[in-house]
Design a protein around this ligand. Sequence first.
Ligand SMILES: [Zn+2]
Length: 73
Amino acid sequence: MRPDDGQEARVTTPDDTPQPACPICGKPASPSMKPFCSKRCADVDLQRWLSGRYAIPGRDEDALGQDDGTHEE
Ligand SMILES: [Zn+2]
């Protein structure tokens, strides 16, 4: 059901569009790296995913390199 192209096609909210937050660091996601803000965070997530998959006990965050929280670009 598409009555007329041009009305329902664009449902972009003007100013209320909540930027999807990066699940890693919480920053606004980059359009090209969704849902992450950067490749780095995408890698981190991948590592976490792999870590979970291989079930490495106890050294999840360690393997990712020190995350001091302020070392983001
Ligand atoms: Zn991030």
